[in-house]
Design a protein around this ligand. Structure first.
Ligand code: ADP
Length: 485
């Protein structure tokens, strides 16, 4: 691959117990470039047996890893962070190759991904316990925190690096070993991360990557093997529910970052230009393929036309193309299924009376490219009101007053991210409190950062990643009662 300068970063084997290995069956699967369908590499197509071995290796590596001081683990994590940053260009190129996002955005994700490693390297040393005033004169109460044990991480393709570091870094910081099953569309970034982890000195067995084209088989093992104590998943609500059911047989602790249906409310007192800027970043980032991307724009009647016109003008300026091309900020969709879904939802909206203000068709580039689109006069009868579009299509709804906006925004089983624009301080508090979402952007369209807790409510899942809270789910509290004092 001419784009990758450091050839070692393009791995064609999976990583189990500190060893680069193929599948037991000898089979592999193809990783292709969504921009043109070309083959990038083949990686091992693993199944249950390899997953079991990785879990056992992780379990064997756990005591020594947990026995290191927090400072020692932090030093290794910091080294990993440095290596990720030093290899930013190659990792970004690998990401653009297999995921399709524009190179500048891929470079941004590498930094964002590394920021979780840096953050949790710092947090490793602050996993404090507690002493509690006792209920009896001759007893003392102490709470210690211990690593939960072997962690399984199942990750999606839309952030091939950041969704791994956001899970793996806190697990390692807490003293837990991890088995990662990356998405079948983007295993190469995961393997490159593993190689850098190896270079950073993460001991064998502590970080394992199993590649597979059939997620369910490996996923079933990761969620039913009793050695695994914690499953951290980012992906669809549908698969999240399967994993939750499977994990119930051994009562594993679960973190689930699932689908969203983000509302973006523009009140008539909003700064419309700022709202348009926020709309572009929250809707068209990663070509609309993030779980916090706006799915429904609710615009108050008085400013609807002005917002629609300004948004349409801004979207016209977006440039679609292969991620390596100059000036491109909209890449291809990840695969044919993704394109089919966007087409289906747009066709349904059109059939039910929506008005196309811009785009609304496949892109002339062909493949899985879709035109950045703005569609007005959306209604709750359209399928897109309840389904994530996951593409570069903004759907605009009108509303009359604050109560209606809140009712519409909350009218979904999901509750990940929400956004709204208003300059009325009273309204800002009222709306922020009433939105049933785990994260709310107020006059802001970009909210993800290592310092803040990322996560949802309702069917968007549970648990928080990043922030000082993100390490909690990799830790067990142990209460020690000292008697006879
Ligand atoms: P998306 O809609 O983002 O593609 P999915 O939920 O389909 O999300 O996939 C996210 C991750 O879950 C991927 O790593 C995929 O391989 C994995 N996965 C899909 N189906 C299953 C399953 N039945 N059991 C375990 N993992 C699965």
């Amino acid at each position: 691959m001419t784009q990758i300068k450091h050839a070692d970063l393009l791995r064609r084997q999976a990583y189990i117990d500190g060893t680069w290995v193929g599948a037991d069956s000898g089979k592999s699967f193809k990783v292709t470039n969504p921009a043109d369908g070309s083959l990038i590499a083949e990686v091992p197509d693993m199944g249950k047996a390899e997953a079991t071995r990785a879990i056992q290796a992780a379990n064997a590596a756990w005591p020594a890893w947990a026995a290191l001081t927090a400072k020692q683990r932090a030093a290794i994590l910091r080294k990993w962070n440095d290596l990720i940053l030093q290899n930013q260009d190659d990792l970004a190129a690998l990401m653009t190759l297999e995921q399709g996002k524009p190179l500048a955005e891929a470079k941004g994700e590498v930094v964002y991904g590394a920021s979780f490693v840096e953050w949790f390297a710092e947090e490793a040393r602050r996993i404090y316990g507690d002493t509690i005033p006792s209920h009896a004169a001759d007893k003392r109460i102490v709470v210690v925190k211990q690593p939960i044990g072997v962690v399984a991480a199942i990750t999606p393709w839309n952030f091939p690096i950041a969704m791994i570091t956001r899970k793996v870094a806190p697990a390692l910081a807490a003293g837990c070993p991890v088995v990662v099953k990356p998405a079948e569309d983007t295993p190469l970034c995961a393997l490159a991360l593993a190689w850098l982890a190896e270079q950073a000195g993460i001991p064998k067995g502590v970080f394992n990557v199993i590649t597979s084209s059939h997620g369910a088989e490996v996923g079933t093992e990761l969620t039913t093997n009793p050695i695994v104590r914690k499953v951290s998943f980012t992906g669809s609500t549908e698969v999240g529910k399967i994993l939750a059911r499977q994990s119930s047989s051994t009562l594993k602790k679960l973190s689930l970052e699932l689908g969203g249906n983000a509302p973006f409310i523009v009140f008539d007192d909003a700064d419309i230009d700022a709202a348009v800027t926020g709309a572009i970043i929250s809707k068209y980032r990663n070509t609309g393929q993030t779980c916090v991307c706006t799915n429904r724009f609710f615009v108050q009647e008085k400013v609807y036309d002005a917002f629609a016109a300004k948004l349409t003008e801004a979207v016209k300026k977006l440039k679609t193309g292969p991620g390596f091309a100059d000036g491109v900020n909209q890449g291809p969709l990840i695969n044919q299924d993704a394109l089919d879904k966007v087409e289906r939802l747009v066709a349904d909206a059109k059939a039910k009376g929506a008005k196309v203000l811009l785009g609304g068709e496949r892109h002339e580039l062909g493949g899985t490219f879709y035109q950045p689109s703005v569609i007005g006069d959306a209604t709750t009868k359209m399928d897109s009101a309840q389904e994530e579009i996951f593409g570069p299509v903004a759907l605009l709804y009108r509303f009359k007053d604050e109560a209606e906006a809140i009712r519409l925004a909350n009218d979904t089983p999901y509750g990940l991210a929400a956004y709204f624009y208003s300059r009325d301080i009273g309204r800002v508090w009222r709306v922020a409190e009433k939105l049933e979402y785990g994260m709310v952007g107020i006059n802001e369209g970009l909210i993800s950062t290592a310092e803040a807790p990322f996560g949802g409510v309702k069917e968007s899942g549970h648990g928080r990643e990043g922030s000082k809270y993100g390490i909690d789910s990799f830790i067990e509290l142990k209460y020690l009662c000292f008697g006879g004092v």
